[in-house]
Design a protein around this ligand. Structure first.
Ligand code: CDT
Length: 334
């Protein structure tokens, strides 16, 4: 009997600044119920699910932004989501803005099992964007570095109803190290929520490129680490600002097996065969047999790009001009 997980990305269309938590939670419950009707056991909601993507707004004084943050989880307005999920016997992942009792602010996600118990918490590590507004401060911004501290919980893997689940959030999905750290802890599924804007001041990416880069990140992470990836977008238009959809489920083969058709509220579901990863783990990505961590020291020693590291037995060539050094294939340089 193969191990399977019926899992869904619950994509959420735009949330306007005036929408209340109660209104949003009602939408989430509808998505949850639809997923449960399709026998889903785990539902993945987006990053910052409960509000509009408020890091687009500049506010000098963070204390004036407390309304976007949760000081308890679940608070009274989110409790109905926990209650309904427990009634339906469905676990879920939820992203939200966390304000701790001692005043720290994080971009956070939790994993809740089918009994309604919070079994894992993650605080976002890769915070994109800026700490100060760029250009016209009234224009939509991306100010995560202003609103949030870098997460202090590391990248954890949690047992959710018998399946090992790793978590990350949005921009984390573009970093190869994230999936590898989760895979090294035995993650079978990586779940994540995201808000990816289509344009910002001084940064107008071409929409198709944004979607292909998003999918490429999920597919590479899944394939290179022999695990499933489930990614849920907050999509569509929020307060005039547009975000990509593309909620997707990706297999350990790196294939997109299900993908959102639009940018509104939508359940994207599949039955994930968890045993599919075994063949990859046993051969091409047998970590025990093939990984060489002693050769990867730069990954933990360096943050930015730097000079080439001298190769033993080779005289370093001076780097002149702007072009790359042309590699040769003589015996000495191999
Ligand atoms: N929310 C989030 O992390 N979004 C980023 C876009 C940042 S654009 C400055 C992402 O990687 O999708």
């Amino acid at each position: 009997m193969r191990r399977q997980l019926s899992v869904a990305a619950a994509q959420v269309g735009g949330i306007q600044p005036g929408e209340t938590r109660e209104e949003v939670v009602r939408r989430l419950i509808l998505l949850l119920e639809e997923a449960a009707a399709r026998s889903t056991r785990l539902v993945v909601f987006p990053e910052l699910t409960l509000t509009t993507f408020f890091p687009r707004y500049w506010a000098q004084d963070l204390a004036s932004t407390d309304r976007w943050f949760e000081t308890e989880m679940p608070g009274p307005s989110v409790q109905p989501l926990f209650d309904r999920a427990r009634e339906l016997g469905v676990g879920f992942y939820l992203g939200y803005a966390e304000l701790t009792g001692d005043g720290h602010r994080y971009n956070t996600s939790i994993l809740v099992d089918s009994t309604g118990r919070i079994v894992g918490r993650y605080r976002k590590i890769h915070l994109p964007g800026h700490a100060r507004p760029v250009g016209d401060e009234q224009a939509p911004q991306h100010l995560e570095k202003h609103y949030f501290e870098v997460g202090d919980l590391g990248l954890g893997v949690f047992d959710v109803d018998g399946v090992r689940i790793g978590m990350c959030l949005c921009n984390d999905r573009r970093w190869a190290e994230v999936y590898r750290v989760l895979a090294l802890q035995g993650a079978e599924v990586v779940v994540l929520g995201y808000n990816t804007p289509l344009g910002l001041p001084g940064w107008q990416p071409e929409p198709h490129h944004m979607m292909s880069a998003h999918l490429l990140s999920l597919q590479a992470g899944a394939y290179q680490n022999s695990l499933w990836v489930v990614a849920a977008a907050k999509a569509g238009v929020e307060d005039g600002a547009e975000m990509i959809g593309g909620s997707a489920l990706v297999s350990p083969a790196g294939e997109v097996v299900a993908r959102a058709t639009g940018t509104g509220d939508e359940v994207v579901q599949t039955v994930a065969d968890l045993d599919l990863a075994a063949a990859y783990r046993a051969e091409i990505f047998d970590f025990e047999a093939h990984r060489r961590p002693d050769q990867y020291r730069l990954i933990t020693e360096r943050t930015g790009r730097g000079a080439p590291v001298p190769v033993p037995g080779q005289v370093p060539e001076p780097l002149t001009g702007h072009g790359p050094r042309i590699a040769t294939t003589t015996q000495e340089t191999r």
